[in-house]
Design a protein around this ligand. Sequence first.
Ligand SMILES: Nc1ncnc2c1ncn2[C@@H]1O[C@H](COP(=O)(O)OP(=O)(O)OP(=O)(O)O)[C@@H](O)[C@H]1O
Length: 238
Amino acid sequence: MLRIEHFSKRYKGGKKAVDDLNLFVEAGDIYGFIGHNGAGKSTTIKSVAGVLEFEEGTITIDGIDIKENPVACKKCMAYIPDNPDLYEHLTGIQYLNFIGDIFEVEASVRKERIQRYGDQFALTGALGDPVASYSHGMKQKLAIISALIHEPKLMILDEPFVGLDPKATLLLKNTMHEMCRRGAAIFFSTHVLDVAEKLCNKVAIIKDGKLVVSGEMESILKDASLEHLFMEVTEHEK
Ligand SMILES: Nc1ncnc2c1ncn2[C@@H]1O[C@H](COP(=O)(O)OP(=O)(O)OP(=O)(O)O)[C@@H](O)[C@H]1O
């Protein structure tokens, strides 16, 4: 579903933020991406989402190259940044309809999904209010609902659990499972290692722009915890 091959990114005047990264996410995967602050997670995620240019390597989504055909890639994925920049002057429902228009989701299908996800995430009552009046968690929920409107094959999320209340956290986890059961794939960054350990079937650890561990959670961890492994590889490995 997502193939990142020999991907490197250098910001102007800086060292490589990501260096020769190879990572493969398959349909049905919930793939966690972890690393210290500044390790290169957001840089990778933004490049996959097609919002950051890069010079080295290839990224394909469902077999489509993000550089060659960014629009086709964006049609089959959803990206939720760590701090969603929503249109504050719109109401929640206007925003969802705007996203529905962009992704050409048919009106009756859209209505049903907005109702279902709005109810699930307890946001239906606030959809008539301007986004500017939402709390951080409400904006996160709106961004999640907008991502689900077109049933993406790949969902990419940067720190999705920050700011969500326990109920919304559980709902998001359930939604991720549900998406994967119908053959979609999820790739997300997080600092919450116990959530990643329980939720993900695969994990990758990045350190100073380089991948240090990746693969099936069970075979990587053996009897250790993800926290233990993370500390071991990020503190000791050069
Ligand atoms: N716009 C930018 N211009 C220059 N350097 C940048 C820019 N964005 C990120 N960097 C640098 O690239 C490296 C990787 O940053 P990135 O944001 O990808 O890390 P991260 O793993 O997402 O960190 P965090 O967990 O703090 O969000 C860091 O050294 C950072 O300083």
